[in-house]
Structure formats: C-alpha cells, structure tokens
Design a protein around this ligand. Sequence first.
Ligand code: GDP
Length: 226
Amino acid sequence: MQFNTEHNGPGLISGAFLEIGMLTVKNAELDIVCGVTSKFPVNEEAEIAFAGRSNVGKSSLINTLLCRKKLARTSAEPGKTRTVNFYKVRCGFENIPDDVFFYLVDLPGYGYAKTSIAERAKWGPMIEKYLRMSKTLKCVVLLVDIRHDPTADDRQMYDWIVSAGLTPVVVATKSDKLKRSQIDKQIKNIRTVLKADKEVKILPFSAETRQGREELLALMEEYIIE
Ligand code: GDP
C-alpha cells in the first residue's frame, strides 16, 4: 500500500495512490454543493451517498475513506453547513485501463439538537427528494453510532432508503470505543432495531483504528464498476 499526502490546494488531492484490493483512490475534490433550494445535479457517474445523525462520525469516515485529513468538515469546525456535498472521486482499478469516476455524496447530518423545527422540516424532504430523484445513486451508507441503539431518526432514514428502492449498507461508527465482544452484540441490536434483513451488511468502523475501511471500500467498488 502506498500513501502520499501531498495536497494541491483546498479540496484537491494530488498524487495520492492508495491501493485497496483492486481500487486506488487517486483524487478527490468537492465538486458540487446543494442547499435546500438548489437543484440536484444530473450526473452520469455512479453516486454513493452517506447519511447519519450529526456527530455520528460521518466526516471522519469520509476523510478516512479518501485518506484526507480535512476534505469533509467535522462537526467541531465552525461554519459546517447543512448541505448536500458531492465529492468527485477518481479511482483506478487493476485490469481497467481508464480511471473511473464516482460521486461520494455527503448528506446533511440530521437530529442536531440545536436545529430549529423550521430547518428540520426542510432537510427531511430534501434528503428524501434526492434519494428518489437521483438516477445513478447505487447505494446509501447509513451511519449509526455503535454504542447506541438506532434512534427514531435513524429508523426513518433506513425506511426512506428501502422505500426508494435503494440498497442500504449500515456502518456502525466509533467501534474503537467498544470491546470486541460488545461489538457483535451491538451489531445484532442495530439489526433488530432497524429491522434490517440478514442480507443487509452492517460493518463496524473506526476512523481511529481504520477498522472496516477496506471492507467498506470493497463493497463500494462493486457499485462503482457495476
Ligand atoms: P459528523 O458530524 O457525523 O461529521 O461527525 P464527525 O466526523 O465530526 O465526528 C464527531 C466526533 O466524533 C468528533 O469529535 C470525532 O473526533 C469523533 N469521532 C469520529 N469518528 C470516530 C471514531 O471512529 N472513533 C472515535 N473514538 N471518535 C470518533
């Protein structure tokens, strides 16, 4: 595995070659930002969306996946806005001569305590609209905190994903906070609370130890080159 952190300005990575199985992330940049009133782009490339409660560790996961420290803004940073962010990712695959592009779509974190009811009323429909209208959305990765049972908001999000006809992949974040024996137990709880079928993948993940990173990239790979 090679990794090089040479940066080329904000939002752009250059010269980073990270080999995971067959997939090499070569470049990632924030390409499109949509607010509540924006129209969603019509992309030809595959889209993989990431959803979860505010503070669940979504920005940390995106930065870990793409091997960037600060591509996605973390909750702790002031100015984090509630938008749908489309990161354009260029990757290379063994046995495929040309690079392949996909969009990693960062959906706004929900369930943030300080959000006004009026604001909340806008995001829900915005996320649901995106799930229903995107033509190239292949899969939605739903993040839940491994230490807690999924909330009513998480269950709502899971149901939207399924009812939009999309495949959910559940990622249980911050796995470094639990012992190995507790991890299996919590994964079972999460499956029960979400009422997820046994075919639905639930992966423990940690941005600290990078547990689950390769498994998640391997799952994404299937959708990107489908
Ligand atoms: P977001 O609001 O979902 O984008 O969440 P962030 O990525 O900003 O993370 C929220 C908080 O959880 C921050 O303090 C992170 O440092 C912490 N965090 C995120 N991922 C992990 C993880 O895998 N392990 C641990 N221990 N902390 C994490």
